[in-house]
Write a protein that binds this ligand. Structure first.
Ligand SMILES: *Cc1c(COP(=O)(O)O)cnc(C)c1O
Length: 221
């Protein structure tokens, strides 16, 4: 079942678009099934759950942290996390830097852009994000590699609105690449699109989609 859905989804992605299979709240056995079908990138959004899965699943899984990450929990995942999608404050970035250096590694981070209509979502506004980058502070963070932009669209059925949110993020990404050419090679991820909106996301420039329920079914919280 999981294997079929993994193949269906990966088969529907254009070349150059990666799949982050969002396995939060699903058991390790289902991740193993997806792994056996060839999937290697998995996304989790709770540190404790990720810790447990990381301990028992194959070593060559690329674990991505996709949820809101609390500063005091960075230390637990710093030894192995491959990409952190939703970095939403300079403070969090500083902590990731500290823990990365402690582990003798560099951690790839995406800056989360707040483009959705809802007030409650985390993330930098485009203005805040640009201001942070222009401050040049990120250049002092030897343990962090700014690797792209992540966003979530407004939670709505209005396709135009969703498209507009993604396209705002895409324009922001392009602007970053122009203004900060030194980020050039590392700025490679445009992380937007989930089960219900990933096709629109790809049309609006996404190159890594975070898909959960379409692969693993409904989550029971
Ligand atoms: C849960 C989650 C997803 C996956 O959502 P689905 O609708 O199940 O595909 C993607 N991104 C983030 C940040 C999530 O928390």
């Amino acid at each position: 079942m999981v294997a079929e859905r993994i193949k269906e989804v990966t088969g529907s992605l254009p070349e150059g678009v990666r799949l982050c299979a969002v396995s939060k709240y699903h058991p390790a056995e289902m991740i193993q099934e997806a792994y056996d079908a060839g999937q290697r990138i998995f996304g989790e959004s709770h540190v404790q759950e990720l810790q447990q899965k990381h301990a028992i699943l194959p070593d060559d899984i690329e674990w991505h942290f996709i949820g809101h990450l609390q500063t005091n929990k960075v230390k637990y995942i710093a030894p192995y996390i491959s990409l952190i999608h939703a970095v939403d404050s300079p403070r969090l970035l500083n902590e990731i830097n500290k823990q990365a250096l402690r582990n003798g590694r560099q951690i790839r981070c995406l800056l989360q852009l707040h483009v959705a209509e809802e007030e409650t979502k985390f993330g930098f506004t485009p203005e805040e994000c640009m201001e942070y980058l222009r401050s040049g502070e990120f250049r002092n963070l030897q343990g962090v590699v700014i690797s792209g932009i992540m966003c979530m669209a407004t939670n709505t059925d209005d396709e135009q609105r969703i498209r507009r949110d993604f396209s705002t993020a895409n324009e922001f990404f392009q602007q970053c690449c122009r203004e900060f050419p030194e980020l050039g090679e590392s700025m490679q991820f445009r992380s937007w699109g989930m089960s219900d909106d990933y096709r629109i996301a790809i049309e609006e420039g996404s190159n890594i989609v975070r898909i959960g329920s379409r692969i693993f079914g409904q989550r029971t919280y």
